[in-house]
Design a protein around this ligand. Structure first.
Ligand code: NAD
Ligand code: MG
Length: 402
């Protein structure tokens, strides 16, 4: 029996890597539904190649989609669902077994949560959704029986290095379980690892988006350059593996060959390694507990030769410190951090604020905010998100370029 797949964010970087794997395994997977937000011509191209039954897109792009479909001679027009309701519908459609949650940012929260509530196998790339509503998401997964599998390369690596029972026996006491003592979350350090603070003051969006090892969407590329990505991943790890931030260490490893590690009480450290290509964790999550082939080049250790490690410099990369503090704080704090960061990154990409202002802005918004318990209530999460966005916009009006 083929597995029926929906890709939320099919036109993005993770979406494209997922499509590559599906194209390699037509005997195992059927692409039932896709969504796209901007690149509508590419959305039509995916339809030409895979003929999905359903497409979710913004209402404002429906006419363009139909025009392009005619121009490109798409034989069968898929059912078109629109806006957030369309995303939620494909995420929870009874025809779907597997949902790839690969929308960027808070925009992916409602559909990712819908997939979890509907008990799907959820391949989780959309880390922001977990940062905002981790407790709600995992509680819902418990109720529905959804299998939430990490696609983020670090979390996928940790998942591979943990004992198999860890996930099912995961308890909420935040202490490491089953002989695990610590998680080591690796980070490349991004394009500015060896820049001085002075040099970092002047960097451009183009420089920030040019990651040394990974090819990714713009937002996560900027997050990797500030190390906010590692901060969000620290929070993601705490939720996914039910562990306190105290047991998660960030390790700078510029080669991105070790994707993360798990340490055990007997002195063992297990690492998952591979060439940096998201097809590996996507294929792993798609097929788990089986393995399927990918076109990723097998690691040649003679070519790699050296693996370097060092601790992160928190003065140069304060975003990581802010993320850890917000996780310690708990409740709405991580969601506020995330919302402020999303606004800050967008403003940096529009050259309205400087690179180092991203962390300054997030810090200012956190300082102006009061944190409360989410009480597993999504309304509380969404209200805190909106309030943080308003504060961030205000900061930009005050200190940014208009
Ligand atoms: P991307 O920018 O390349 O793609 C984002 C996708 O989301 C696109 O399909 C876009 O159309 C869609 N989208 C954007 N705004 C939307 C909105 N408001 N409503 C609905 N859809 C919208 O991003 P990406 O690099 O593929 O990252 C996607 C997610 O995966 C992010 O959460 C990122 O942190 C995570 N992730 C990415 C990588 C990577 O290597 N790219 C690795 C680990 C985790
Ligand atoms: Mg990652």
């Amino acid at each position: 029996m083929k597995q029926s797949v929906a890709i939320l964010g099919a036109t993005g970087s993770i979406g494209q890597s997922t499509l590559k794997i599906l194209a390699d395994h037509p005997d195992k997977y059927h692409l039932y539904a896709i969504s796209g937000f901007h690149r509508i011509a590419e959305l039509v191209d995916i339809c030409l190649q895979f003929q999905p039954e359903v497409v979710a897109l913004p209402q404002s792009h429906v006419a363009l989609f139909k025009d392009l479909a005619t121009q490109k001679q798409l034989k069968q027009l898929p059912a078109l669902l629109v806006d957030e309701a369309g995303l939620v519908a494909i995420a929870s459609a009874p025809e779907v077994d597997v949902v790839m949650a690969a929308i960027v940012g808070a925009a992916g929260l409602s559909s990712t949560l819908a997939a979890v509530k509907a008990g799907k196998r959820v391949l989780l790339a959309n880390k922001e959704a977990l940062v905002m509503a981790g407790e709600i998401m995992l509680a819902e997964a418990k109720k529905s029986g959804a299998l939430v599998l990490p696609v983020d390369s670090e979390h996928n690596a940790i998942f591979q290095c943990l004992p198999q029972q860890y996930f099912s026996h995961r308890q909420q006491n935040k202490q490491p379980q089953l002989g695990v003592s610590r998680l080591l979350l690796t980070a490349s350090g991004g394009p500015f690892l060896n820049f001085s603070l002075e040099q970092m003051q002047q960097v451009t969006p183009a420089q920030a988006c040019k990651h040394p090892n990974w090819s990714m969407g713009q937002k996560i590329s900027v997050d990797s350059a500030t190390l906010m990505n590692k901060g969000l991943e620290l929070i993601e790890a705490c939720h996914l593996f039910a562990i306190s931030e105290h047991f998660v260490t960030v390790v700078i490893h510029p080669q991105s060959i070790i994707h993360s590690m798990v340490q055990y009480i007997d002195g063992s450290t297990l690492a998952q390694m591979g060439n940096p290509d998201m097809c590996t964790p996507i294929a792993h999550a798609l097929a788990w507990p089986e393995r399927i082939s990918t076109q990723v080049k097998t690691l040649d250790l003679f070519e790699v030769q050296t693996l370097d490690f060092c601790p992160p410099d928190l003065d140069k990369f304060p975003a990581l410190k802010l993320a850890r503090q917000s996780m310690r704080e708990g409740g709405t704090a991580p969601g506020i951090l995330n919302a402020a960061n999303e606004i800050a990154v967008a403003a940096f990409l529009q050259e309205r604020i400087k690179f180092l202002d991203i962390a300054n802005l997030v810090d200012a918004v956190l300082q102006q905010s009061q944190f409360e318990s989410t009480d597993d209530d999504l309304n509380v999460v969404m209200a805190a998100d909106q309030c943080a966005r308003d504060k961030a916009a205000q900061w930009i009006r005050q200190y940014g370029v208009q």
